[in-house]
Write a protein that binds this ligand. Structure first.
Ligand code: PLP
Length: 445
């Protein structure tokens, strides 16, 4: 494939590239960008360069009217009839089918529902149950020490409940940890702190060869990088609706189960929405066939319609090459950001926590700095460049403080990248970040 995004990005990190892109180069890349028009789908506030779509995606232009119509028309006028007439009852499956197209799943294999944390509880329970049925001596759940904490908390709770052991390892220690006593390997595909991406197919194959089931969290990959769950023969997956899917704050998450496992077990949050005949009102639980059994209770319809608007913004890229095209642009954006930070912000003690190799990189770039990372992010935010800060865990060698920048190719352009780095440079050169107001911690970082 010819390089779509110009000589700088296409060749990076080839050391022979000596030219540093200029603002004009970046504008030229935007002008040639075949995905540029997708940006028109969003409300992007003036004066803001938003590099936090990996934490909370931006507002699609269609969302407000769609939610308003659901409130005033479907709820206000249709009332309870809207469960049928407006299709509320099928939203988890209908949205699930849209998500399926973006993660290599088949129709009927995904539902949009609940939060990532809750869905993780369901799939981990199912995976542990199936593993225990197949091989009772397997008493260990393996994950990564730098996995997102909620994933680890849910895993800890389940291990306590079932008398299992949770073993946490560094990424390079995963293969060695897959011993015969391991039941399940639970990983986040793209690490939230570093942006490092696992080889899903490779890791899954290694786990399967050792008789171990895999649970993947796609919070930082769904809508960000191409994912092919069925090709990878993964076992279970969950993911997030409010990050790259632009579903809005607290949007419903999703859950996928490999078809060979779906009907083997029903998950423990066995509410009536996962029942085979919820409106038969029988006293006994009988799970619905297929992925519907992963639903629990009544669904948040307003949130689901907002999520559908977000999903449609990602699906709008399908005729333009879909996730593969988005990925190409995402890599060009992150290559450019890395290149510009290295050349324009040299000498300010910045390090790179994100892998340079494309195959190991998600859609974010994480910068380290021994001191001041939080305050630098605050100073950038005051200038309208919004990224975020993720605290280290005291082991600065392995898990340092991080300045995190997410690049959503649907709405971020090359000029945005150039300007963001220019602001970073100015914040560092002027020592603006040392001002007291940038050094007070907020509740949400
Ligand atoms: C964002 C994220 C979550 C969020 O979980 P919620 O239940 O939505 O709060 C979970 N896991 C990972 C890996 C994440 O990045």
């Amino acid at each position: 494939m010819p390089p779509l995004y110009g000589p700088f990005c296409a060749n990076f990190p080839d050391e022979k590239v000596t030219m540093t892109p200029t603002l004009e180069d970046c504008r030229a890349l935007d002008a040639q960008d075949p995905l540029r028009a997708l940006r028109q789908q969003f409300h992007l506030p003036d004066g803001v360069i938003y590099l936090d779509g990996n934490s909370l995606g931006v507002l699609p232009k269609t969302t407000a009217a769609r939610v308003a119509q659901t409130v005033t028309g479907e709820w206000g006028q249709g009332l309870i009839r809207s469960w049928n007439s407006a299709g509320w009852v099928d939203l988890p499956q209908r949205l699930g089918n849209k998500i399926a197209q973006l993660i290599g799943a088949a129709p009927g294999e995904v539902v949009a529902t609940d939060s990532t944390s809750v869905n993780l509880y369901k799939v981990l329970s199912a995976a542990l149950h199936i593993a225990a049925t197949d091989a009772q001596q397997r008493k260990v759940l393996v994950s990564e020490r730098s996995n997102f904490p909620t994933d680890l908390y849910i895993a800890q709770a389940l291990c306590q409940e079932r008398g299992l052991q949770l073993v946490l390892v560094e990424p390079e220690g995963i293969a060695a940890a897959l011993t015969p006593d391991v039941a399940v390997l639970m990983l986040t595909h793209v690490n939230y702190r570093t942006g490092a991406m696992h080889d899903m197919a490779g890791v899954t194959a290694t786990a399967h060869a050792a008789g171990i089931l895999t649970v993947w969290d796609l919070a930082h990959s769904a809508g960000a990088v191409p994912v092919d769950l069925n090709a990878a023969q993964a076992d279970f997956a969950v993911g997030c609706g409010y990050k790259y899917f632009n579903g809005g704050p607290g949007a419903p998450a999703f859950v996928w189960v490999n078809a060979q496992h779906t009907d083997r077990f029903w998950q423990p949050l066995a509410g009536w929405w996962g029942h085979a005949a919820p409106f038969a009102f029988t006293p006994d639980y009988r799970p619905a066939p297929g992925i519907t059994r992963y639903l629990c209770g009544t669904q948040p319809i307003l949130s689901l319609v907002a999520l559908e608007c977000g999903l449609d913004t990602v699906l709008a890229a399908q005729p333009l090459g879909g996730m593969a095209a988005l990925r190409q642009k995402s890599l060009a954006l992150t290559d450019l950001f890395i290149e510009l930070v290295q050349t324009r912000c040299a000498g300010h003690g910045l390090g790179l926590a994100t892998p340079r190799e494309h195959a190991s990189r998600g859609s974010q770039v994480c910068i380290t700095r021994e001191t001041g990372a939080y305050a630098i992010v605050q100073a950038l935010t005051a200038r309208g460049v919004i990224g975020d800060f993720r605290a280290g865990d005291g082991d600065a060698g392995k898990h340092p403080d991080i300045l995190r920048f997410g690049f959503t190719p649907l709405y971020i352009g090359f000029e945005d990248v150039w300007r963001a780095v220019e602001h970073l440079k100015q914040v560092l050169e002027s020592a603006e970040w040392q001002k007291p107001e940038f050094n007070q911690k907020n509740a949400v970082t």
